[in-house]
Design a protein around this ligand. Structure first.
Ligand SMILES: [Zn+2]
Length: 210
């Protein structure tokens, strides 16, 4: 705990002081993040660090294996769906990004068929179909990381207020995968193909003014 608290003191003395005006402005105006990111809880894949983002830039939703459940409103406790609703309806973020990663423990639990858990096995049922789809792949874990991210993209489109904003051209969806070993980020298209982010790739993308 000492390590963390001393880390806070360093943050306060350096990063916070360095951006004190920005924090004050955000406290006064409220947040207006440029994207909501659905990322894994994994301690190695912090979206804020990976996108070199500052305070107020990203609305980050983290859960095991960066999964988006299908739209299913009822009296259960839907943490991810509630955060998504806040980002899309209240904050009106212009971009939604699903970010998977290599070596995901949640995906490993899915492939192993975790049965000894109170919540994890049930949560991973969101990606249940993925397990069968990747069974014949040479690297099932890597394929499942890709497929689970695509499944989450498809599930995002089942939320009526996401659909509505997509149809209005007011919201963009992306999926990407972070390679922890190489430090690469790969954009994932709807066909499941990966393109590594580079200056050339960025130049080839349609500018979005951000
Ligand atoms: Zn993970």
């Amino acid at each position: 705990m000492h390590v963390l608290l001393n880390g806070f003191l360093r943050f306060r003395a350096t990063a916070f002081q360095g951006q004190a005006a920005r924090y004050r402005k955000l406290a006064f105006t409220g947040q207006n993040p440029r994207a909501a990111v659905i990322a894994c809880c994994d301690s190695r894949v912090d979206p804020q660090a990976i996108f070199s983002a500052g305070p107020g830039d990203l609305f980050v939703i983290r859960n095991v294996a960066n999964l988006v459940p299908p739209y299913h409103p009822n009296a259960d406790y839907h943490g991810t769906s509630a955060a998504l609703e806040f980002a899309v309806r209240r904050l009106r973020v212009p971009n939604l990004i699903v970010m998977g990663h290599t070596g995901c423990g949640g995906i490993r639990a899915l492939l192993d068929g975790d049965t000894d858990s109170d919540f994890l096995g049930n949560w991973m049922r969101i990606a249940e179909d993925v397990r069968e789809r990747v069974a014949q792949e040479p690297d099932p874990a890597a394929a499942a990381e890709r497929e689970a991210a695509r499944q989450s993209l498809r599930n995002l489109a089942t939320f009526p207020w996401v659909r509505e904003r997509l149809d209005a051209g007011d919201l963009r969806l992306f999926a990407c995968l972070f390679d922890i070993t190489a430090g690469d980020l790969h954009l994932l298209d709807v066909q499941g193909r990966l393109r590594t982010v580079s200056p050339e790739l960025i130049r080839s993308l349609v500018p979005d003014g951000e």
